[in-house]
Design a protein around this ligand. Structure first.
Ligand code: F6R
Ligand code: MG
Ligand code: MG
Length: 376
């Protein structure tokens, strides 16, 4: 059988209300655009916060112009609906007026993997809102390199050789490969700084096969100005030589802190939720993540299983809300507010300009005083 490509392409093309959710009419339009399309084997349209996620299967491979065109046209059609309803920020992630063969760099987020479908091919697709691609670093590390999370690394002979991590430097646009377990100390120097270094792909070391892929990009770097956080997605293959479904879900029982939340400028807990609860509200958050599981069957998407709607994640949600209470009390102070370089929105240049003349350079003042015969 031909290889199956799984393409997950997402965009925020208008929020309902504000930046909170996707309007049902927009989602219905996306479905109508993908329904019966001859390029696709199957599709599923998901939403998390104000982001619409097109999950598509086909046999055309990664970075295929026609698939990217289809996603682009779908977002354009959805934008028309969003404009009609005057949804907030209609078309915000479509940064260009024209599509030029590949959707990368034009605004929407993309994660694609091409697989030889196994006897049984369980996959989990994680989708987040109000955060950035580096938000996957900690869970991906735990899933594919930490035996305290993934016991399979220790006791499954098919996983014991470990995984290879492809890490991207989002500022200098470079990549580097790390072998886990022997390179983990070096790797953590970088992936512990997720605003700059982000895990793009993970490969099985025994077979060289793809295990996970995320939508690494930074919208604000593409656009050169703030146009929202990148609200990433990540696809993972599970079972039989890969981490089990339970092992890939496990890190999300701990709501780790991620960058994003209000105005893309705050640190907050990543709260795992079912799709129905993926509607950021409080202070535009806290950041949400959903996990949809599918069995691939000849490219058909059998599912989804909406994993985080399970009660097993209730404690994670409770802890996330407690962390949110604590952090919110810090108001405009770091580390709730991100440090200056990480702030997406900032009034700093404007305020600095206004106060320029009120700043006194103490080194100059000291020299002037010394020259005038005062103390040195
Ligand atoms: C963060 C986000 C929201 C907005 C905020 C202000 O990713 O989407 O927190 O940044 O609601 O939105 P504007 O500037 O559109 O009024
Ligand atoms: Mg939005
Ligand atoms: Mg969003």
């Amino acid at each position: 059988m031909a290889k199956i490509t799984l393409s997950v392409i997402k965009a925020d093309i208008g929020g309902f209300v504000g930046h909170s959710a996707v309007h049902p009419e927009v989602e219905a339009k996306a479905r109508a655009c993908l329904e019966n399309n001859p390029l696709l084997i199957d599709y599923y349209v998901a939403h998390v916060g104000d982001d619409i996620n097109l999950i598509m299967t086909h046999e055309l491979g990664r970075n295929h112009g026609e698939i990217h065109q289809l996603a682009w046209d779908t977002f354009v059609a959805c934008t028309e609906v969003a404009k009609k309803l005057k949804l907030y920020g209609a078309g915000q992630d479509l940064l260009s007026d024209a599509f030029s063969g590949n959707i990368k760099g034009l605004g929407p987020g993309v994660a694609e993997m091409e697989v030889e479908e196994r006897e049984s091919e369980p996959i989990v697709i994680f989708m987040a809102d109000k955060t950035e691609p580096g938000a996957w670093n900690l869970p991906l590390y735990k899933i594919f390199a930490d035996p305290f999370n993934t016991i399979g690394l220790v006791i499954d002979p098919k996983m014991h050789s470990g995984f290879v991590f492809e890490v991207r430097d989002l500022i200098e646009n470079k990549k580097i490969m790390f072998n886990a377990p022997e390179d983990i100390y070096d790797m953590l120097v970088f992936i512990g700084a997720p605003g700059r270094y982000s895990i793009k792909r993970i490969f099985h070391r025994g077979t060289g096969e793809i295990a996970a892929v995320s939508s690494v990009q930074r919208l604000n770097l593409i656009a050169g100005r703030y146009i929202g956080k990148d609200d990433p997605v990540c696809i993972m293959r599970c079972q039989n030589g890969y981490p089990s479904v339970g092992e890939v879900l496990e890190p999300f029982a701990f709501p780790h802190l991620v960058s994003g939340w209000m105005r893309g400028s705050h640190s907050g807990p990543m709260m795992p939720v079912g799709m129905a609860d993926a509607r950021p509200t409080r202070f535009d958050g806290p950041p949400r993540v959903i996990a949809l599981g599918f069995q691939l069957a000849g490219g058909k998407l059998i599912g989804p299983n909406d994993f985080f709607s399970d009660v097993a994640f209730d404690n994670a949600r409770r802890l996330a809300l407690e962390i949110a209470d604590y952090l919110r009390r810090l108001g405009p102070f770091e580390p709730h507010r991100l440090h200056l370089e990480e702030m997406e929105y900032t009034t700093m240049p404007m305020v600095m300009e206004k106060l320029r003349d009120r700043f006194i350079d103490l080194r100059v003042a000291k020299k002037a005083k010394a020259a005038a015969g005062g103390e040195a």
